[in-house]
Design a protein around this ligand. Sequence first.
Ligand code: SAM
Length: 259
Amino acid sequence: MTVRHIPRKRFGQNFLVDDGIIDGIINAIAPQRSDHMVEIGPGLGALTVPLLTRLDHLQVVEIDRDLIARLREHHSSEKLTIHEGDVLKFDFAALGGNLRIAGNLPYNISTPLLFRFAEFAGHIRDVYVMLQREVVERMVAAPGDSEFSRLSVMLQYRFDMEMLFDVPPESFDPAPKVESAVVRLMPFATPPHPARDEAVFSSVVARAFSQRRKTLRNTLKGVIADADFARLNIDAGARAQELSVADFVRIADAVTASA
Ligand code: SAM
């Protein structure tokens, strides 16, 4: 008899138990046998098992040794490759390209993980993940929305994103305190507004959002002059939240040009 696994809070373990939601996620992914798929945090296998029935092979990244032992017990290494360890340190590039990533993510690491997907975007075909709904709302927010943030700009620069459906707390065991949602990310072949220097773009966005209430004139003081704002036709009295991804790229390109 298999002993019941006690969910570990520190690993964000809320296991999916609602078959309707599980089917909804699998149908959205629509796996094809030869897909090159990686699941993050397979846990007790809520998504892993239906994925394995549709795929020739699946790779998973899991940090919890007890859960890894269970997965080894139930699945052959021919069907399932288990990468033990922290997904925040995982080298997705080592798996090659055209990766399909799926997972009901540990919410405590969702923001750094999303930034990691952006880093590996060139190796990714698509990503289907469950996250805290509030995070998904920030990801897909439009300029001017109160949720529009650094995360929105950095992810929208690289991915086409769609919030697919909401998932209530009762769909998990134990039930989390927050609402969840499933989102799809598809990397653009080329960003629609490519920055001349992405490191400069990233640092301009981080600075602009570092003090959300301050104007760009203040947050970007010493980075770009008032005259440059005027030349770019961007209001220096605006706040970061009001600018589009394209505006941030124009500012970053002006900074790059003057360096
Ligand atoms: N996929 C399962 C499900 O839907 O029921 C489990 C989801 S649970 C929210 C998150 C899973 O991610 C757990 O299995 C947990 O052990 C694993 N996990 C947590 N932190 C991780 C990390 N840093 N790297 C890899 N896996 C992690």
